[in-house]
Design a protein around this ligand. Structure first.
Ligand SMILES: [Zn+2]
Length: 316
């Protein structure tokens, strides 16, 4: 059995695991992400952790799922998110290989999560689907015929930045009215706080979970905002279905923990938003792997790149 050291680099934690070629997780944990000079600090802490893992496991490769825009051919970070300061330009594959002599492969975290779901999760036996993460932001990955669709410049799949309302909210990306501004948990909270304020009720802060409790208890404002929020999510999914006809949309991120009722409601609204044939032929399902999706996707790309596991389809 071959073992891969897998890392999932996020803004708060770096999760890691040793996963074998069957997809069994042999060990798993996490440590806090570096807070500055991430270009050097991230590869350094991956090297230190891998050295520790090498005491207990024979490792054939290293797979990294990471936030940011990734050049997966070179194994480098092209652009990074604000919560990993100074991460852009990190040459992960090169630096780690030089130090450890272990081949290292890198993929964007949403792309890795999609491949994880295809290998071991909600999209097993599906060769074409879309994966979306609905959390603080909205991420997307497009898999067509078992391969990630990357676009001409590695930029495909920014589903959170579909523009839904050109006179709407400004987005962090510089555009106006992006889907992310209406269909993320941060949007849900913003809409609730703004509407509370308009009704003369000042709430300093609230979490998405707390608003959901208010929805379940029947609070009028919470129910109205939830209703609008669900429509925003469903309308965006209808646009994605109309463009890609993916058959399956896997939803991960914090919202996917909302459970069966949420997905029943979302499918219902999607069916009323989308054109009839897409409504009939598209399933919207929760991600299965939750926090392990990125790690399993990182394992998958590494097994494929090392040609260890020939019978799984090429992801890239
Ligand atoms: Zn945007």
């Amino acid at each position: 059995m071959k073992n891969i050291a897998c890392f999932d680099v996020g803004g708060t934690f770096i999760k890691y695991a040793v996963i074998n070629s069957q997809g069994d997780i042999l060990t798993k944990n996490k440590f806090p992400s570096p807070v500055n000079d991430c270009k050097n600090a991230v590869p350094e802490c991956i090297i230190i952790k891998t050295k520790e893992l090498m005491k207990d496991y024979l490792l054939q490769g290293i797979g990294i799922s990471t936030a940011g825009v990734v050049d997966n051919i070179k194994g480098e970070i092209i652009t990074a998110t604000d919560n990993l300061p100074g991460y852009a330009g990190a040459k992960l594959s090169e630096v780690i290989y030089k130090e450890l002599g272990i081949k290292t492969f890198v993929e964007n975290d949403v792309n890795a999560a999609a491949l994880g779901e295809m290998w071991k999760g909600a999209a097993v036996n599906k060769d074409t689907f879309v994966c979306m993460t609905l959390g603080t932001g909205v991420g997307g990955a497009i898999v067509i015929n078992n391969k990630l669709y990357k676009g001409v410049n590695n930029g495909a799949g920014e589903l959170g930045h579909m523009i839904l309302n050109e006179k709407g909210q400004s987005c962090n990306c510089g555009c106006i009215g992006c889907y992310e501004r209406y269909a993320s948990t941060s949007a849900f909270i913003r809409m609730y706080l703004e509407n509370s304020h308009n009704e003369g009720i000042e709430i300093p802060t609230i979490t998405g979970e707390e608003i959901m409790l208010r929805v379940k208890s029947g609070e009028t404002l919470a129910c109205r905002i939830y209703d609008e929020f669900m429509d925003h999510i469903a309308n965006g999914l209808a646009s994605i279905a109309h463009i890609l006809d993916p058959g399956l949309i896997v939803i991960g991120g914090g919202i996917s923990a909302q459970g069966e009722d949420f997905f029943l409601e979302l499918n219902k609204r999607f069916k009323s938003s989308a054109m009839a044939s897409y409504a009939e032929n598209t399933m919207i399902v929760p991600a299965k792997l939750q926090n392990d999706a990125g790690l399993l996707g990182a394992c998958y790309i590494t097994l494929k790149a090392l040609k260890i596991y020939e019978d799984i389809p090429l992801p890239v």
